[in-house]
Design a protein around this ligand. Structure first.
Ligand code: ACO
Length: 426
């Protein structure tokens, strides 16, 4: 059997042979990198539905089976047994940390969580009603001016330092962006708090860093809240070549600074078809208002003349179920009582899910709830405001983007990303 793929041009009867490359998991690919040289034609694949843009060994998705793995380990296993920082370490180092490594990594991220004093002035330049995503993307880009050295990286230690720095600072940037948007003073990270607890602390604390205590004298940030948010970060950590990651790799291909590439990824994530959907889901559930109105909105979602889409439904790759959504739904059910989840929103969400999963329109198009459908109800219970839902996604995803950036940079044969077009103009 020949390990190649033959394409025949029926206009000329010429045939062209291309190599088949086998994947460790998932579909093989046809290497068409010589297609133009051989045929003098381009291939056309808008939206890249059939295109593998790179070779990677970071994250694997089987959309038909609803499978997601980071470095070979199933997401459900990681979400149940590991902290988000362990998952960051895994993505960056291809192995889970031992106890010592885990402790060192945690400590290093705590130390790197502070922002340069100069960067703080940037936040003040934004209007007070700025969406935190706009501020976040600009601040990530501005980081490149404070750490310009990362433009050229010489060693593994420098890759790690660059990656750890931006992962550690992203929660602080996000929290500052939020506090600026509500006119509240910034709260500095607390070195005694873990990555995830620190983020909740920087969002919630009163000026001077004071926190309320509940009637029992316990800290207002509960262990269960930290665990829930940590799991949310884990579920968002990476997702192969999605729109924002592809953006990061495209910027990487031009030789730009890594933090500028991350900034571009943040901007790409903001859209409603991508990470911005989590904010839209809750807005939509609130707009629907009560279970009685669900049918009306389902009908609108099915109407080809209506632009209304059910937010949090559908996915380019998952055509069975989104394993991240499954994990979040389980988390939501588990935390229903303890976190006092909004029962009205949950009822509406459950009703939408119930109808959609048995409706021909959704079944035939393989539209299932995605990760964004469930995250909002939990984030609301964690007192995270809607405008911060997508920034939470950014915090979780930063490790994925930077790991993909590093993988790209370590490849020896890279070319600038430069697609062509089918020109139909004059
Ligand atoms: N509600 C109603 N109909 C939908 C929805 C939806 N949420 N999603 C897709 N469809 C329909 C489309 O109208 C289309 O129908 P048609 O074949 O009759 O024209 C069909 O399903 C296929 O939809 P496409 O847009 O071609 O699918 P694609 O794979 O390009 O898009 C996407 C995937 C962008 C996620 C889409 O399903 C969507 O817009 N969903 C809502 C937004 C959302 O939840 N985004 C978050 C995705 S997860 C993430 O990025 C973290």
């Amino acid at each position: 059997m020949k390990n190649s793929f033959t394409i025949i041009n029926n206009r000329t009867n010429e045939s062209f042979e291309f190599d088949i490359l086998d994947a460790a998991r998932g579909p093989s690919v046809v290497d068409i990198s010589t297609f133009y040289a051989k045929t003098k034609m381009f291939t056309y694949d808008p939206g890249f539905t059939s295109t593998a843009s790179c070779i990677s060994d970071i994250t694997f998705i089987d959309g038909e089976k609803g499978e997601l793995r980071y470095r070979g380990i199933e997401i459900s296993e990681l979400a149940s047994n590991n902290s988000y920082l362990d998952v960051c370490y895994l993505l960056l180092n291809s192995k889970l940390p031992n106890k010592e490594e885990s402790k060192d990594f945690d400590l290093e991220l705590r130390h790197r969580s502070f922002l340069h004093e100069g960067l703080k002035n940037l936040f003040k330049a934004f209007p007070s009603n700025a969406h935190p995503m706009a501020t976040l993307s600009s601040a990530a880009s501005a980081l490149s001016s404070f750490y310009y050295d990362h433009l050229v990286i010489h060693s593994e230690a420098e890759y790690q330092e660059m990656a750890r720095r931006i992962i550690a600072k992203m929660p602080t940037i996000a929290a500052f962006a939020y506090r600026h948007s509500i006119g509240a003073p910034f709260i500095q990270p607390d070195i005694d708090k873990s990555f995830t607890e620190n983020f909740l602390y920087m969002l919630r604390a009163y000026p001077g860093g004071k926190m309320h205590r509940n009637a029992n004298g316990e800290d207002i940030i509960r262990e269960i809240e930290i665990k829930a948010l940590d799991t949310i970060f884990t579920l968002h950590a990476d997702h192969e070549q999605n729109a924002s990651t592809t953006t990061v790799r495209t910027v990487a291909s031009t030789g730009a600074h890594p933090y500028v590439a991350i900034s571009a990824g943040i901007s790409a994530l903001w859209g409603r078809a991508h990470g911005g959907a989590n904010e839209s889901v809750i807005a939509q559930l609130e707009m629907i208002g009560s279970v009685e109105n669900v049918d009306k909105f389902i009908a609108r979602a099915k109407d080809p003349e209506d632009e209304f889409r059910l937010m949090g439904f559908g996915h380019r790759v998952y055509k069975n179920f989104d394993p991240r959504a499954k994990a979040l739904k389980e988390l939501q059910d588990e935390l229903k009582v303890e976190l006092n989840l909004d029962s009205n929103l949950m009822e509406i969400a459950n009703r939408i899910e119930q109808i959609a999963l048995s409706d021909e329109y959704f079944i035939s198009r393989k539209l299932y709830p995605n990760i964004d459908f469930y995250s909002g109800v939990i984030l609301t219970a964690l007192q995270i405001p809607k405008s911060m839902f997508t920034p939470v996604f950014v915090i979780g995803r930063t490790v994925g983007w930077i790991t993909q950036w590093i993988e790209y940079k370590k490849e020896t044969k890279t070319k600038i990303s430069r697609p062509r077009q089918l020109y139909l103009g004059k």
